[in-house]
Design a protein around this ligand. Structure first.
Ligand SMILES: [Zn+2]
Length: 399
């Protein structure tokens, strides 16, 4: 109690980040800002601009970026958490914390489908979703926000089930197609119920991922009309090229490319989306943990892969993993702009990269080095233990 009073009397918790060498906004329309300083209050971005124009006095915490780049914290649009920081898929502990060291600050569950003994009856699946939503809201490894509690559609669900889930706090559905609903008519009806109550949906796209899942083709994807075309590049088995191109052309929804998918199909989806002016719909995920394992650097790897092989400037590729995902997922992170969550990743050229600078190094296929991560205005980690070492790393000069 006395701690709360003291915090209040000290005024807002002000964070100043100065000496930023490159400000990557996450906004596809303006990916690089002419700014070297960010001011945040109580975990929310207050101002972005040139140091001489901003009020940087009386900060509780000041960080010298040392000329490194500042980007919004990365968002993984497609994960499969289970409970705590543990995944039974590969019997691994600490996987979320490892991803934090890859610059990921926000994760969205595409279903807690790896839960041993996952209930498939309707009362059971609702109970599990509400439990996961509550548990991950309260438990944030290293500060990472995991939006979990994503029920998988099963036959027999009625409109009231979606209403009940929404009232209980559930915001996302797990991948359509991983449960017993495997036809477009039923999928479309349930997705519409979910949408009516403010629950976003995603659909598995492509061949079966593991024994027990099944093929979802172009026709079911388009008919179901989920908010996110989950892993349009397959998870891992991709649809034929003509089907991927047709979805990019005809779907008005988010087009999600994942690390645990077909890389050639990922590049096809990216190029097609750009050709039909749907680049602003492209979002990134890992689809981990999965059969392919956990990829702590999965989002950074996607950024470098799509940039180096997909004719995409690095600052644009970073938008796919930040501002685009925030927009398509209705999250208040993902952009460096006033009013957004003060959640950032500091990036710099990996030591000894052949790239001339950070963006050139990514365009040459190297991974960025993470020097620090800030979540909701608080320093979460300093130099990453997982990325190649960043050349320049920021320093907390006053805390
Ligand atoms: Zn899937």
């Amino acid at each position: 109690m006395s701690h709360d009073v003291a915090a209040k009397s000290a005024g807002p918790n002000k964070l100043v980040i100065r000496n930023i060498g490159l400000l990557l906004s996450g906004d596809l329309d303006h990916p690089i800002l002419d700014a070297d300083t960010v001011v945040a209050m109580d975990g929310v971005i207050h101002a972005v601009g040139r140091e001489k124009d901003l009020d940087t006095a009386a900060a509780a915490t000041t960080i010298d970026a040392k000329g490194s780049a500042l980007a919004p914290g990365l968002i993984d649009s497609h994960v499969h958490p289970v409970c705590g920081d543990w995944t039974p898929r590969q019997n691994q502990l600490g996987w979320i914390d490892s991803c934090l060291h890859g610059g990921v600050t926000t994760m969205i569950s595409a279903g807690e489908v790896h839960t041993p003994g996952r209930p498939k009856d309707i009362v059971g699946l609702k109970a599990m979703a509400i439990f996961a939503q509550r548990a991950f809201q309260a438990f944030r490894p290293g500060g990472v926000k995991v939006y979990a509690g994503a029920p998988v559609l099963e036959q027999g669900m009625v409109e009231d089930d979606f209403k009940e889930l929404a009232v209980a706090g559930v915001k996302f559905l797990g991948e359509v197609g991983l449960g017993s609903v495997k036809d477009g008519v039923t999928g479309r009806r349930m997705v519409a119920w979910a949408r009516k109550y403010g629950i976003q949906s995603t659909i598995h796209t492509g061949g079966p991922s593991i024994p027990g899942s099944s093929l979802i083709d172009k026709d079911m994807v388009l008919e179901t009309d989920a908010d996110v075309v989950g892993h349009i590049n397959g998870g891992h088995t991709a649809l034929p090229d003509d089907q991927i191109m047709d979805i990019c052309l005809r779907s008005p929804r988010a087009l999600e490319i994942v690390h645990n998918g077909n890389e050639r199909a990922a590049l096809l989806a990216l190029r097609t989306a750009r050709e039909v002016s749907h680049l602003d719909h492209v979002i990134l995920g890992t689809d981990s943990p999965a059969g392919s394992g956990v990829q702590p650097l999965g989002i950074l790897r996607m950024i470098s892969m799509l940039s180096s092989l997909g004719e995409t400037p690095a600052e644009i590729a970073i938008c796919l993993a930040t501002g685009n995902t925030a927009k398509m997922r209705s999250l208040n992170c993902g952009l460096i702009a006033a009013g957004r969550e003060a959640t950032f990743v500091f990036l710099d050229t990996a030591q000894q990269s052949a790239g001339k600078n950070l963006l050139d190094s990514i365009q040459k296929g190297d991974l960025a080095g993470v020097g620090m991560v800030i979540i909701d205005g608080a320093v979460s980690i300093q130099r990453s233990r997982n990325t190649p070492p960043a050349t320049r790393v920021p320093e907390v000069v006053r805390a």
